[in-house]
Ligand binder design. Structure first.
Ligand SMILES: C[S@@+](CC[C@H](N)C(=O)[O-])C[C@H]1O[C@@H](n2cnc3c(N)ncnc32)[C@H](O)[C@@H]1O
Length: 449
């Protein structure tokens, strides 16, 4: 097989990123925007040893599961990748993908996925957005990165973030232009405005974080004034300074330009303050369903001692503390721990302690604590082996594992499966129109006979 060669083929599967798989004489070719059962003429773009990449030049047969994407920039934008698949079929795809990943990575062939919880209205769901700014023809621009590139596609509409967030971002671009604030050019690390991060609460209050390449931006207070005048529901504006020539969005220093340095959200009837840089689940409606599932699996009673590892601003731990005897939350980000301590007070929860540090290290400091339920919700890279072994050694009876990455989840479940039965698995569709999915797993310790 060679670059630019043309073939005709049928899509037989989707890979875990939702990319079509076409077999040409048994050789797999990954073709974006193809669905199972579709046939097309394809052109080869890149050839590796055991697979190739191709593009559709002409569709010959379309799937009945194909829908016209609601977003006009869908084919270019790197944000969503499943919008051409009917929403109920997106959910089916995620279940199949999870099964395959449990089998392929975790060697877990008898795991049973109970259900996937989708959204009734799978649009405008993100409560946090991060939009890059740049320069084009010497003008400041903002938008989304084109697929697999850092070229910015101008933001016009977005169907997975709140309409207000899109409007605020477009206005900031116009205001910056009026005030003479330049867009950042990552090629030479020059220019001022790098990103705008926007957070929204359930009751439509907003926080805007303006990430700048350097601290001295003399127009910044005027920019903040203009934003609040136009959008009075913006309750907090922060300047974050990032001078590093890397892709990391946030720098370490920040200055409050307007309002408080946190927003208050309500989840499952409890209040949570969150700083601009603390982790918070990005889909409010689905987060409540996720936390409800965690509660159902954890089955806490008033004698239970619980550890909420990777606790963020304390959400899961505080919800569980309402029923438990005692909860310990462990979190690596200092601001998140500070938020968590305030959040416990805000909700009048007294039976929870928060520990600043790495879950895989702090768990050993709880050696004298008999843990009844361990809840863990690690970042994409999953848990360290030392934490998984500590859970086994402590003989924790029940574990609830929340994961945003099925691959690392499968790897970690394989480690735990020597001592634990996987009792139940629920998928939550936190990120409609993308191939990502949130998973909650209930594990129960195998009792020695
Ligand atoms: C997926 S978030 C979960 C947060 C929280 N459970 C929630 O639902 O909002 C993962 C959290 O783990 C934290 N974290 C990352 N590595 C960690 C580690 N080694 N030990 C403890 N916390 C860690 C991150 O800062 C983040 O707050």
């Amino acid at each position: 097989m060679k670059i630019n060669e043309k073939y005709q083929g049928e899509c037989v599967d989707l890979n875990h990123q939702g990319v079509g798989v076409v077999k040409i004489e048994g050789f797999p070719v990954f073709v974006e925007n193809m669905l199972v059962g579709e046939t097309a003429q394809i052109k080869i773009q890149k050839v590796e040893k055991s697979y190739a990449y191709g593009v559709v030049t002409k569709f010959l047969q379309l799937s009945e599961n194909r829908v016209a994407p609601i977003c006009p920039t869908y084919s270019e934008c790197g944000g969503c990748n499943l919008m051409h698949l009917d929403y109920p079929k997106q959910l089916d795809f995620k279940v199949k993908m999870a099964y395959e990943t449990f089998k392929r990575i975790g060697h877990l062939s008898d795991v049973k996925i109970n259900r996937i919880i989708g959204m009734e209205e799978p649009y405008y769901y993100r409560n946090k957005v991060q939009i890059p700014f740049g320069v084009e023809n010497e003008e400041i621009i903002c938008g989304f990165y084109k697929k697999k590139s850092h070229k910015i596609i101008s933001l016009n509409k977005c169907f997975i973030q709140p309409i207000e967030a899109t409007e605020i971002t477009k206005s900031i671009r116009a205001m910056a232009k009026e005030l003479g604030i330049s867009g950042y050019n990552e090629k030479d690390n020059k220019g001022i405005l790098r990103h705008v991060l926007i957070r929204k609460t359930y009751d439509n209050n907003y926080m805007v974080v303006i990430i700048t390449n350097g601290k001295n931006v003399e127009q910044k207070y005027e920019l903040a004034r203009m934003i609040v005048e136009k959008y009075p529901f913006v309750k907090s504006i922060i300047q974050n300074i990032n001078k590093e020539p890397f892709n990391i969005i946030l720098g370490k220093k920040s200055i409050i330009l307007y309002g408080k340095d946190y927003l208050t959200d309500v989840i499952c009837g409890l209040k949570f303050n969150l700083s601009y840089n603390a982790f918070f689940q990005t889909n409010h409606i689905q987060t409540e369903k996720l936390y409800q599932q965690v509660m159902d699996y954890a089955k806490i009673d008033d004698k239970d001692v619980v550890v909420d590892a990777y606790c963020g601003v304390g959400t899961i731990g505080i919800i569980l503390a309402k029923k438990a005897y005692k909860v310990y939350g462990i979190e690596i980000v200092e601001e998140a721990v500070n938020n968590a301590i305030e959040n416990a007070k805000l909700n009048n929860i007294k039976n929870i302690d928060f520990i600043l540090g790495k879950a895989e290290e702090e768990i050993f400091k709880l050696e004298n604590v008999n843990v009844d339920v361990m809840v863990m919700d690690p970042p994409r890279k999953g848990c360290e082996l030392s934490l998984l072994n500590a859970i086994k050694n402590k003989k924790v009876p029940r574990v609830v594992y929340v994961s945003c990455n099925v691959a690392t989840l499968a790897r970690d479940l394989e480690v735990l499966s020597s001592d634990y039965n996987i009792k139940d698995v629920t998928l939550i569709d936190m990120f409609p129109h993308t191939s990502e999915v949130e998973t909650v797993v209930l594990l129960e310790r195998i009792i020695e006979k």
